[in-house]
Ligand binder design. Sequence first.
Ligand code: MIC
Ligand code: SF4
Length: 639
Amino acid sequence: MNVTKKIMSKHLLAGRLEAGEEIGIRIDQTLTQDATGTVAYLQFEAMNIQKVKTKLSVSYVDHNTLQSGFESADDHKFLQTVATKYGIVFSPAGNGICHQVHLERFAIPGMSLIGSDSHTPTCGGMAMLAFGAGGLDVACAMAGQPFFIAMPKVVKVNLNGRLRDWVSAKDIILELLRTQSVKGGIGKVYEFDGDGVETLSVPERATITNMGTELGATTSIFSSDNITKDFLDKQGRGSCWTRIEADKNASYDEEITINLDTLEPLIAVPHMPDNVKKVKDLEGTKVDQVCVGSCTNSSLSDMLLISEVLKGKKINKNTDLVVSPGSRQIISMLSHSEALFNIVKSGARILESACGPCIGMGQAPKSGGISLRTFNRNFEGRSGTENAQVYLCSPETAIATALTGEITNPIEYFDVKPRIVLPNVFFVDDVQFQFPPIEPSKSEKVIKGPNIKSLDEFSELDNNLTGKIVLKVGDDISTDHILPAGAKILPLRSNLPEISKYTFSLIDKDFASRAMSTPNGVILGGDNYGQGSSREHAALAPRYLGIRVILVKSFARIHLANLINFGLVPLTFNNPSDYAKIKLGDEIKFEDIRNTIKYNGTLFAKTTNKIFKVVYDLTQRQKDTIFAGGLLNWIKSTT
Ligand code: MIC
Ligand code: SF4
């Protein structure tokens, strides 16, 4: 067996490990972050369960830490009190980015994890079976229910040889994005193997599994070997380690090979993570801002490398350099040595250990500005400046660029790469976490400030739907298009009526009011609809605005699950060319939709001058969820 199947078989509660079949997996650990966590815990509360049933659940505050009004602080207080009440570890603002902190302090090889954040596969760098999911799926896992997915194909990625100096793990994942695209990983797990694996540290592996999300993959995973043990030993957690490796004759569904020796520095150009070019082909492009950090590249070794390179140097006066170390552990280790001094002295700005600019929480570039980031997403408008041009690259390329002020190939610019020696023991200070009492007290009061609005109940699915096309969009629509993030909108995540007003606001400012005044609105989309983040608000808000059906060429995995969880009907074209024949404002009818789906019949959509076949691919469990008007309704009706 390969690593994926070894861990899956130990957690399998339903289904068979055959690609495409629905499987139910037992979940050992969950994580949430504040931007998705508030709704996840409101949903968990509605399930009336006394205490989480997982081995470990952690609630992180890392996204909305700017607190420019009372909203986010209200959310944080709610998260803190709900955690104490239900037996969840609370990691307050300033502790660091959920994925980095989880890797350091809680990840365990061979265990399963789901998180209400699409980059949860980061912990696959430590041989965890880790999935991004909607908040409601995480709430269900906390309630002890299995996590359902379609069994992915397992793709073996052979990493052969060794990276040259100044080429890094980020370039490996950018190379995969270049060849496989943002849709290439749909329905797949990427499992890394080959002699190159033993040259990569756990944080480097985590950079790769983190950004496997941008491939559309279900997850990505490495084996657990001596390097994993060394990382855990340094964290004082060596006793959690077990060796997990693929059998010699393990079989895989597909295979890809990357030769590390010949790889060169790569960069994703605006506005898609798979728009990858060679750094050397863009040399000389003037850059306004460089950001180092995010859950992709904010490890101690990334920080020590940039510190060594910046030592005694000054950044270019026309380029802003902002650095956000990934965790409190990292920032305390940097500040204990001269490493932080080197970074500060170079002219860089140091930010809190949080998501920050990655999610448009501050540091929006200037109008039309060019920003080079070590992050994982460069979707249009995500930086907070609608016409900014965001590029994604390695810390090596980012720092060479911050020094020169223009895109610079680190291989050409620097001499010998400094050797980064990590300390033998890391600063472990778990006092920063708030651990819940072993037996949570029923009297613990959950505090809900005015920013926390309870969720409305949604109605069941009718048998006949007559609606209108309220929006027509193209391929690769991300959840950042559907419901943008950023400093203005993110603090409204606990307030559905308010946040819904921003639905599709980057694409069509009138969408929300049009949808609200049109019964049974239908959204038309192209391929890979809903790629990117796990934010269930991208399903919740359209549903709140009255949308019932999303009709597209194909869906991204997490968003599809979220649509079903909130009772929307996800349909695809039988013949993709029908997409071109329907336009905004057309009336569209689905007659007998509920019964047709129930009895596996052929479903048709009728517009004024056309009838065409549409396809649904739903398990019985998913059908029942949609009929009930969403998963919460269904759970309530069955308990
Ligand atoms: C992101 O990177 O887009 C986020 C913000 O972390 C999201 C979650 C969210 O929207 O809250 C994600 O990746 O799932
Ligand atoms: Fe935070 Fe950015 Fe990572 Fe999302 S991708 S979890 S916003 S750092």
